[in-house]
Design a binder for this molecule. Structure first.
Ligand code: 13P
Ligand code: SF4
Length: 336
């Protein structure tokens, strides 16, 4: 047990450092050269370490990165993020080469539901519309009617006729937020959670609202405190905003409060802190996604120079998953 604790502490310290300590300037320069020679497009999720966000051609949330994968003319995409994101890119652009330098970068939330579990759940509710958060495997997406991200979930679920039952998966906090906000009676929510966001609990949110009456709090809807963020009374409620990662970056540009507490993975602070004159702080410093921090300079270089990390999705699964992703991106393709 003591050994396990020591290892967990070491991993945590390593991750904290890897967020702030970039590789040496000469290593960054070599990576820039390799990038130029490769002609590849480097895309990075908003949770990636700062040095990767700075090297990337584009940064964004899951929705933006899916759109870029689909529409950008580059034929080779190096995806600095996690597997479900790179798979999404490959499904939307099967003709492109998609490389995931950190091949073992999974997602604890995506792991909370398998295709077999979803098939059984769907069979129990014939006629229901299955809404899958993009944080799912390709096989799960293949069984869904539509995918959503945190940036568009409210709008998409809100467009489903209210007489249809909705099965929402896998995130319980995001799903409950949508169900309550839309006051949707016929909506069942899978009980999955992301270990990083679930740990951002109601008590942490309450403490910060109580301790600093001037601070505003940005909350990602996957957080354990999402439901309480919805339920807090005036005047606290005026200081809580539920936002996807890119919505946080956008909100920061017009923020009038001088102190902003951020309830999500701490990688997003890199972009938020470009806004001068305001302080951006994490709700918890420990909100670090180990999967998002697996890209090393060696792996990135191997992807750029040797094509390391090619992502493939079997054609049958890919074709079915593509339908639910396209239904997300194009309202005309929604099956209701
Ligand atoms: P966004 O869709 O806001 O980028 O979030 C993705 C994610 O993995 C949240 O943990
Ligand atoms: Fe998955 Fe959570 Fe990491 Fe996002 S932060 S990639 S949901 S494990």
């Amino acid at each position: 047990m003591a050994q396990w604790r020591a290892r967990a502490r070491q991993t945590y310290i390593y991750l904290m450092l890897s967020q702030t300590i970039a590789p040496a300037p000469e290593v960054i320069e070599e990576l820039r050269d390799a990038h130029r020679r490769s002609g590849a497009l480097i895309v990075a999720h908003n949770y990636q370490p700062g040095w990767i966000q700075d090297l990337a051609d584009v940064t964004g949330d899951s929705l933006q990165l899916a759109r870029i994968a689909q529409s950008h003319p580059a034929t080779r995409i190096v995806f600095c993020g996690v597997r479900f994101m790179a798979e999404t890119a490959k499904i939307l652009a099967p003709e492109k080469t998609v490389l995931l330098p950190a091949r073992d970068a999974g997602c604890s939330l995506a792991d909370t539901i398998t295709a077999e579990q979803l098939a059984a759940w769907r069979d129990e509710h014939p006629g229901a519309i299955v809404v899958a958060y993009v944080n799912t495997s390709a096989a799960v997406k293949a069984l869904a009617d539509v995918c959503v991200t945190s940036a568009n979930a409210l709008e998409i679920v809100g467009s489903i006729p209210t007489d249809r039952t909705v099965l929402f998966l896998p995130d319980v906090f995001l799903g409950t937020w949508i169900k309550r906000t839309l006051r949707r009676a016929q909506m069942l929510v899978w009980h999955g959670e992301c270990h990083v966001h679930a740990a951002l609990e109601p008590a942490l949110l309450e403490r910060v609202l109580h301790d600093d009456p001037d601070a505003v709090v940005y909350v990602h809807p996957e957080c354990g405190c999402t439901t309480s963020a919805l339920l807090v009374d005036e005047p606290w409620s005026r200081r809580v905003r539920l936002l996807s990662t890119t919505q946080m970056v956008q909100a920061a540009s017009t923020e009038t409060h001088s102190r902003v507490i951020v309830a999500t993975e701490t990688g997003v602070l890199h972009q938020l802190r470009r806004h001068q004159g305001r302080r951006f702080e994490p709700l918890a410093r420990s909100a670090v996604c180990t999967y998002m921090h697996r890209v090393t300079p060696t792996l990135l270089r191997a992807a750029l120079e040797d094509g390391w990390g090619a992502v493939d999705v079997d054609p049958t699964t890919s074709a079915a998953a593509r339908k639910s992703l396209l239904a997300m991106l194009d309202p005309a393709r929604r099956p209701w």
